[in-house]
Design a protein around this ligand. Structure first.
Ligand code: AHG
Ligand code: MN
Ligand code: MN
Length: 359
C-alpha cells in the first residue's frame, strides 16, 4: 500500500473538527497565509538572480532600513489576506498604522492578523535562513469597523500563530492551541506536507542564542546566566553551545528541535528590548508554550502582557523550560523584579543584596 503525504490543506480540514462551531473561516485564513508564503519562498529562493536584494532606501516606523524583500513579502501577505476574505485588520512590522481590509469579500471578516512579513531580513543578502511570523486573533468588537483596540489583545487570546522558515528547506510551523505541527514545502508538488507532527521541545537543552556583542549593555541577570552557560559542569552538560544567526525564526526553530534558549534582553541602548510583542514575541511564545517550552520577559509570561502600543517592544527569554527558568532565577536575583510602567518593562534596579562576580 502506498502511504501518501498529508498536505497542510488536508490537515487543516481534518483539524477543523477540533472546533465544533468552526465554519472554516480560520482554515481559509491559514490557507491564504500559506499561499503568500509559497510566493515569498519563490522570491527568496531566486533572490540572487533577480533585482530583489539590498535596501529599498526607506525606513519603517521603527527607523529600520527596509529591504526590498521586506517590502515584497509585506505586499504579498496583505494581498493574500485581502483576497482571502477572512481578515479585517492586518498589523504589520512594515506599516506605521493598522491596515483595514475593505475588499468586498471581507465584509464579514472576523480575524485580525499581526505579521512580521520577513524576519531576519539582514540575512537575505547572504543566503542565510529568514522567516515570516504570524499571529491570529478574533476581533472583540461586534459591530462596525474593527479598530486598534481589537488588535491590542493579550497573547493568551491568540487563536492561532505560526512561522515560516525559508531555510535549506522551507517549513511552515503552526499552532491553534492544540499542539504544534510542522510542514515542509515539497517544491515538486508545491505543497506543504506534514513532516513534523506534534512537535515537542526538549525540556532540557544545551544551546544558547543571544547577540553576545551586546554583552556590556546586558542587565546583570543576563550576564550571570551567560556565565552559568559557560561554566564547566559534567553533571549538567555545561559548557553549553552558543548558536546565533540573527533570525529569530531560524534561531528558535533550531532550538525548538534541539533544545535551547533564545534571549533578546533589555540593553542599556534598548531599554524595552528589541523584538516586537504583537508580531514577534507573542506568536513565538504561543508556539513554544504549545510545544512544552516557556517564554518570559525574564520576570513575567510573555502571553500575559497587556499590549498598549502597536509596535511595542519587550525583552524575551524563550525556549526549553528548565533553561528559561534558570535565566529567570538569575534575573530575579541579580537584576531585580520589574516595574511595569505604561506597558513598558523597566528593570527596577532594586538590588537584592547579592552582587559581584560579573566581568
Ligand atoms: P526583522 O528582520 O524582522 O527586523 O527582525 C530581526 C530581529 C530578529 O529576527 C533577530 O533575532 C534580531 O532582530 C537580531 O538582532 P541583532 O542584530 O541586534 O542581534
Ligand atoms: Mn523580525
Ligand atoms: Mn521583519
Amino acid at each position: 500500500m502506498v502511504c501518501g503525504v498529508k498536505t497542510l490543506g488536508q490537515f487543516i480540514i481534518e483539524k477543523q473538527a477540533d472546533f465544533p462551531y468552526a465554519k472554516g473561516e480560520l482554515s481559509r485564513l491559514l490557507r491564504d497565509i500559506a499561499i503568500a508564503a509559497k510566493i515569498v519562498n519563490r522570491e527568496v529562493n531566486k533572490a540572487g538572480l533577480v533585482d530583489i536584494l539590498g535596501d529599498i532606501g526607506t525606513t519603517n516606523i521603527q527607523g529600520e532600513e527596509q529591504k526590498k524583500l521586506d517590502v515584497y513579502a509585506n505586499e504579498q501577505f496583505i494581498a493574500a489576506l485581502t483576497s482571502g476574505g477572512e481578515c479585517c485588520i492586518v498589523a504589520t512590522e512594515e506599516e506605521n498604522e493598522i491596515i483595514h481590509i475593505e475588499s468586498p469579500v471581507s465584509q464579514n471578516a472576523k480575524y485580525i492578523v499581526c505579521i512580521d512579513p520577513l524576519d531576519g531580513s539582514s540575512n537575505t543578502d547572504v543566503n542565510v535562513a529568514v522567516g515570516t511570523i504570524f499571529s491570529i486573533y478574533r476581533r472583540k468588537s461586534i459591530d462596525g469597523k474593527a479598530s486598534l483596540t481589537d488588535v491590542l489583545q493579550k497573547g493568551t487570546q491568540q487563536v492561532a500563530a505560526g512561522y515560516i522558515i525559508y531555510g535549506s528547506s522551507t517549513m511552515l510551523v503552526y499552532t491553534t492551541g492544540k499542539g504544534v505541527n510542522g510542514f515542509t514545502l515539497d517544491p515538486s508538488i508545491g505543497e506543504f506536507c506534514l513532516s513534523h507532527a506534534e512537535m515537542k521541545m526538549p525540556e532540557v537543552g544545551y544551546l544558547y542564542s543571544i547577540n553576545e556583542g551586546n554583552y556590556v549593555h546586558f542587565p546583570d541577570g543576563v550576564k550571570k546566566y551567560l556565565k552559568y552557560c559557560q561554566v564547566e559542569d559534567d553533571a549538567t552538560n555545561r559548557p553549553y553551545t552558543s548558536r546565533y544567526i540573527g533570525s529569530m525564526v531560524g534561531d528558535i526553530h533550531r532550538n525548538l528541535i534541539k533544545g535551547g534558549i533564545y534571549i533578546y534582553p533589555t540593553t542599556s541602548k534598548s531599554p524595552s528590548g528589541k523584538l516586537r510583542l504583537l508580531y514577534e514575541c507573542n506568536p513565538m511564545a504561543f508556539i513554544i508554550e504549545q510545544a512544552g517550552g516557556k517564554a518570559s520577559t525574564g520576570f513575567e509570561r510573555i502571553l500575559d502582557i497587556e499590549p498598549t502600543e502597536l509596535h511595542q517592544r519587550v525583552p524575551i527569554f524563550i525556549g526549553s523550560k528548565t533553561m528559561v527558568e534558570k535565566a529567570e532565577e538569575m534575573m530575579m536575583i541579580y537584576t531585580g523584579a520589574p516595574k511595569i510602567l505604561n506597558g513598558k518593562v523597566e528593570a527596577q534596579l532594586e538590588n537584592l543584596g547579592i552582587v559581584g562576580g560579573i566581568d
